[in-house]
Design a protein around this ligand. Structure first.
Ligand code: 7RM
Length: 637
């Protein structure tokens, strides 16, 4: 069975693309009409990129969870909605049918309401990859509360920053999370964050790892107790809150080139339409397929392609609690074999990591259920692409290389499985409705093919970022001010002779470490918190597995005699301030940084040194003190 908006041939893609450019509003109106709206929209689109102000399906009323759950109950009620595979392979997996997931969501929505959560309130969700995370997200959406999921790897300080920014009064968490052999004491991290957040009123704790936790009377309650109370009372209204198409659905924090992560805001109607549309078309989902996206729900990929996209179309989505290399590097393949996975959507960093174990972990694993493979998060190098294609897809599964961002809400540039051709290391073609343009530094459009430039998007699509929470001006300056009337992605891009797009990486001061976005300024701020540090400069360098590694040049006084101990102290400081994912891979102590006469650090030079290219540093004549460059070159790690 194909979906009303499913593209089923190359000719159809070409026709859809053409129509979507010639008449975007007519195009999206047809797509949107296959969803469940309480009230249809009055107007499809209003927009300008100067403020910016973008509104889709104006006046339309809906609840996204009625689209994800209620509307499937009659036809797909007993079908698995969510398959959950635990961290520990010896523990039982869980399967929630659409009926069961619906039941859990309405129950927990009632728990939220009973604990005071109202429409428009921000709810921070800090959990591991357990089914209750999915339930909590959907329960928020059910009652119109704005969820802000924070990845379990972030530190107490990062959580406090986000809680303050969003003024979130409610938190849903777990006692702990399991990740491979490790456990993360989530509630303890929350407690540390809450020292700085007296405005938090309620913390709902799901009991999972049996980690001892402090439960504060009046503030902290157990998830299970609250659900039992609700179930026993029989007092569950089950009603979904009616939302305006443009009401915010969630906030998701992401790093930019400045120090502080920004809260990307997505709204209900447009996000729903685009998540589902892109899911069906890119992966060519067929009813009955098992879709396994290996991302964490703490990132946008998990929001759009574990939860909202798949559930909106009645798909079966598989959620995995653990990591690809535990108990061994065959874990993904065990899961594919066990659950007969049809679509596997993962990240280049995971592929490269598994590649380093060779093909032995694949022995005896039946991967014949696989039909489509996907990649996301960073450029995929040709070697990893071929390994994935040859050893996992056995040459018979199309690989979709999907380029998109937290801010875009859904996949923007990608081939469509078996519809449009793949090209290794290329995201290839834009989805219908997406108009990529390349511009030079002056914002002049670069037309024609076989050209490179900065990647921008010309016309709004339904799931475009609406604002950065609490600071609309930041949204404007970050994305809409660099080039007038264009959304600027921050990525560099090449368009080949046939019009295929290849993303070459960030052109701003944002790193991509194992698919995680980390701002260099953010890491520098954290390093500078260490008592001995005077100044620092952070750049990326090519890393075999992570894609990019973090290289820090640090001016440091007042250190231990043992440089390595000082390095560890600095790394520890970064882990405290941001989280372990932002720890520098290399720290080089320097006596000065290469600066221009106006005091600007010349990162270009540091980047080259970090990359190992010490001979061809380009123009260094504007440097205040060219001698520091020689010293830094000599001290390279
Ligand atoms: C979905 C996601 C966004 C940044 C983006 C790019 C990079 C993502 C690809 C890619 C090359 C890809 N959201 N990126 N996908 N680069 N090919 N297929 O990752 O907000 O966390 O990151 O990731 O630089 O701007 S994100």
């Amino acid at each position: 069975m194909s979906y009303p908006f499913q593209i089923t041939s190359r000719a159809q893609y070409d026709a859809a693309y053409k129509q979507s450019i010639e008449n975007p509003e007519a195009f999206w109106e047809v797509v949107a009409s296959s969803f469940l709206w309480r009230k249809p929209w009055d107007k499809v689109l209003e927009w300008n990129f100067t403020q910016p102000d973008v509104k889709w399906f104006l006046g339309g009323k809906l609840n996204i969870t009625e689209n994800c759950l209620d509307r499937h109950l009659d036809t797909l009620g007993d079908k698995p909605a969510l398959i959950w595979e635990p961290n520990n392979p010896d523990e039982p997996n869980r399967i929630l049918t659409y009926k069961e997931l619906h039941q859990e969501v309405v129950q927990f929505a009632q728990v939220l309401k009973n604990n005071g959560v109202q429409k428009g309130d921000r709810v921070c969700i800090y959990m591991g990859m357990v089914p209750e995370l999915a339930i909590a997200v959907l329960a928020c959406a059910r009652i119109g509360a704005i969820h802000s999921v924070i990845f379990g790897g972030f530190s107490a300080q990062s959580i406090a920053d986000r809680l303050q920014d969003a003024q979130a009064k409610y938190i849903v968490t777990c006692d702990g999370a399991k990740r491979g052999a490790k456990q993360i004491p989530l509630k303890e991290v929350i407690d540390d964050a809450l020292v700085q957040c007296p405005f938090v009123e309620k913390v709902i704790v799901h009991f999972h790892t049996h980690t001892p936790v402090s439960m504060i009377k009046g503030r902290d309650v157990w998830w299970q107790d609250e659900v039992d109370k609700v179930a026993a009372s029989g007092n569950i209204d089950g009603l979904a809150t009616e939302m305006d198409s443009e009401d915010p659905l969630f906030i998701l924090y992401t790093s930019g080139s400045t120090g502080k992560p920004k809260g990307v805001v997505h709204s209900c109607g447009g996000y729903m339409v685009y998540a589902a549309y892109s899911f069906v078309n890119v992966f060519q989902y067929q009813q009955g397929d098992i879709h396994f996206c290996t991302a964490d729900i703490g990132w946008i990929t998990g929001h759009s392609y574990i939860l909202y996209g798949p559930l909106c179309v009645g798909a079966t989505t598989l959620m995995f609690e653990g990591i690809p290399t535990w108990p061994d590097a065959g874990r993904f393949w065990d899961i594919v074999d066990k659950h007969k996975v049809n679509i596997l959507y993962t990240a280049p960093t995971a592929i490269r990591s598994l590649m380093s174990f060779g093909i032995e972990p694949l022995q005896g694993k039946d991967l014949s259920s696989l039909k489509v493979l996907g990649s996301v998060g960073e450029p995929i190098n040709e070697e990893a692409w071929h390994w994935f294609n040859d050893n996992i897809g056995k040459g018979r599964c199309p690989i979709v290389d999907t380029w998109w961002q937290t801010e875009t809400g859904g996949i923007m540039i990608s081939n469509m499985a078996d519809i449009t051709p793949a090209k290794p290391a290329y995201a290839t073609l834009p989805l219908p409705g997406i108009q990529p343009v390349l511009v030079d530094e002056n914002g002049k459009e670069i037309t024609g093919n076989d050209v490179s430039g900065n990647l921008c998007i010309k016309h709004p699509w339904p799931s475009i970022i609406r604002t950065t929470y609490g600071d609309h001006e930041r949204c404007r300056t970050n994305y809409f001010a660099t080039y007038p009337n264009l959304y600027f992605t921050g990525d560099g891009c090449y368009r080949d002779a046939d019009g295929n797009y290849r993303i070459t990486g960030r052109v701003d001061d944002v790193l991509n470490v194992s698919g995680h976005r980390i701002g260099t300024a953010e890491v520098e701020n954290a390093i500078n918190m260490h008592t001995g540090v005077v100044e620092s400069a952070v750049v990326g360098y090519p890393h075999d597995i992570k894609g990019q590694g973090i290289y820090a040049f640090v001016i440091c006084t007042n250190t231990h005699d043992d440089d390595n101990l000082t390095r560890q102290d600095i790394a520890q400081t970064v882990a405290r301030i941001i989280g372990a994912i932002a720890k520098p891979d290399k720290i080089q102590f320097v006596s000065g940084l290469p600066k221009t006469r106006s005091g600007k650090i010349m990162r270009r030079i540091l980047r080259k040194i970090a990359e190992g290219e010490t001979n061809n540093l380009g123009d260094t004549t504007t440097l205040l003190d060219p001698n520091v460059v020689e010293e830094i070159k000599a001290g390279r790690i």
